[in-house]
Design a protein around this ligand. Structure first.
Ligand code: HEC
Length: 273
């Protein structure tokens, strides 16, 4: 072996690079910089609807990219983020899909905690990327506003199962119940675990009420407290009443059924077509 020490196994360039630490460092720095620039620069050109709305379109940094509905009409900002003051539906209980992104209701909030507790995010993402194959499979790509009330967000980073960002309304509640209980009863080849115990576990009423209250004081995109107090009362007793007698299974299904249908986006393949 020792007599082969100076034999060059790779190219001369790589060999000399690997023997000169400083040069190696510079080349690595260059490679990382190029990689970083390629990733970051496109972000400067992506639409930011929330910012454009607050800038009233006058600011040159607003690139005026808009989102469209099924008929090709531009979705106004108050249909992207639900605003009880301007919406036809004034309370959380009157809200309809298409009114814009709204805060989670009590039962959904309980379900969201179950989703986190059970580690669903380890196999499922909630982030549809702006690529055609993603859109064909999952629907319109996710926009920032859709996770504005998520603390913490559930974008995930691995897809053992499909993306769930727009799973709301895709299946019936009964389907979800069967699927969560024993996934192979509806999808034969599924590798998703069974979650039978969720049916027997009552929801955490006190914890969920506390979470709803905390959501009104978080530093970013706090829920305007009157959205909750208007339907649940100042003491949130209405929320506790809604949660009473519900199981973790009911809550998780309510959460899943509310995913991704707050804004009514165009359907079909439009992006980059
Ligand atoms: C070990 C990885 C894994 C975990 C953990 C997991 N899943 Fe899944 N999930 C899958 C796979 C794989 C599929 C696709 C096969 C199927 O439909 O069962 C799937 C499918 C689904 C679907 C159907 C999606 C669609 O569009 O057809 C839903 C809904 C779902 N999972 C919800 C959950 C929830 C809620 C949890 C947490 C309680 C969870 N999953 C945990 C792997 C996982």
């Amino acid at each position: 072996m020792s007599d082969n020490h100076d034999k060059i196994y790779s190219t001369k360039f790589q060999d000399s690079m690997e023997r000169k630490t400083l040069l190696m460092f510079l080349v690595i720095a260059l490679a990382v910089a190029v990689g970083g620039i390629v990733e970051i620069v496109p972000l400067f050109y992506l639409p930011n609807t929330a910012m454009c709305a607050t800038m009233a379109g006058n600011d040159p940094s607003c690139n005026k990219t808009q989102h469209k509905d099924a008929s090709g009409k531009v979705i106004p900002m108050d249909k992207i983020i639900w605003n009880p003051a301007t919406s036809a539906h004034k309370t959380l209980n009157d809200w309809q899909p298409g009114d814009g992104v709204r805060p989670y209701k009590a039962l959904e909030m309980a379900g969201r905690a179950v989703y986190i507790r059970e580690g669903c995010y380890l196999c499922h993402s909630q982030m549809i990327r702006p690529f055609r194959d993603e859109k064909d499979r999952y629907g319109h790509y996710s926009i920032a506003e859709e996770s504005m009330y998520d603390h913490p967000f559930q974008w995930g980073s691995k897809r053992t199962g499909p993306d769930l960002a727009r799973v709301g309304g895709k299946y019936s509640d009964d389907w979800h119940r069967l699927h969560l209980r024993y996934p192979r009863s509806v999808v034969q080849e599924s590798v998703m675990p069974n979650y039978v115990w969720l049916e027997n576990k009552p929801v955490d009423v006190a914890g969920t009420v506390q979470t709803l209250k905390v959501m009104t004081i978080v530093p970013f995109n706090a829920v305007p407290a009157k959205i909750y107090t208007a339907v649940y009362g100042d003491d949130y007793a209405g929320a506790a009443a809604e949660l009473k007698g519900k199981t973790d299974m009911d809550a998780l299904i309510a959460y899943l059924q509310g995913l991704g249908n707050h804004v009514k986006f165009e359907e079909g393949v439009n992006y980059r077509d």
